[in-house]
Design a binder for this molecule. Sequence first.
Ligand code: 5IU
Length: 258
Amino acid sequence: PKKVLTYGERSELCTHPVTKELFKIMHEKETNLVVSADLKTTKEVLQVLKKIGPHICMAKTHIDIIEDYNPEFVTQLCEIAKKHNFLLFEDRKFADIGNTVKLQYSSGLYRISDWAHVINAHSVPGEGVVKGLKEVGLVKDRACLLIAEMSSLGNLATGDYTVATIKMAEENKDFVVGFISQKKLCDDPTLVHMTPGVKLECGKDSLGQQYLTPDEVIGRRGSDIIIVGRGIVQAHDIVKAAKAYQQAGYLAYQQLLP
Ligand code: 5IU
């Protein structure tokens, strides 16, 4: 079997600045945890990230959930990210024609390309979605993840759709740095696999979300990163929860190493 590389070794192999930095952070901070800060106020998001910043390699946002959004929020978000050394991922799931996603990425209220190191896109529109986003993101050294699989019950991102998405990523490696998926999909060590739908106990929510454990995702399915939302942000002690996910995810990774 192929030798499993450390995050440090993978950082060295990466040519894209975002994955180079991400694997470096994962190596230095000993974490493959991304928190999904799905909260409704700027105060709540900032508080959570201040507290658990030391335990994450990246924070995932849904900027359009926030009710009191203001540009100052982004300034503070960037400050916390810098202080605690983590990256910012806006989970925007772009899914329109190239020209439209280009505008959605660069303009509007949120000007996502100004602050998000990483964004994601559905592959359903075809390669135009990547080409459009790239026209904005490439010059800013931003990166994109393609949604190759989803965690929700009955989702249609399977089979040939997933295979075509992998191909789209491999053909656009100057901007696409990996996947949102439920498992490892390709062996290229410079592409990153990030998996949402993670909890310490598997199960589901009432709206079709399906959870896997960190051990299953990293240890058995070979993904690189766990994305955890409610498992952390709805815990009584969020720092304790973040530490538990950090530990579970990192231990599963260490056990894969030679
Ligand atoms: N998310 C998923 N599944 C997916 C994709 C994105 O859960 O397939 I693509 C997002 C939705 C939410 C976060 O922002 O990841 C998971 O949150 P919970 O850990 O609270 O379920």
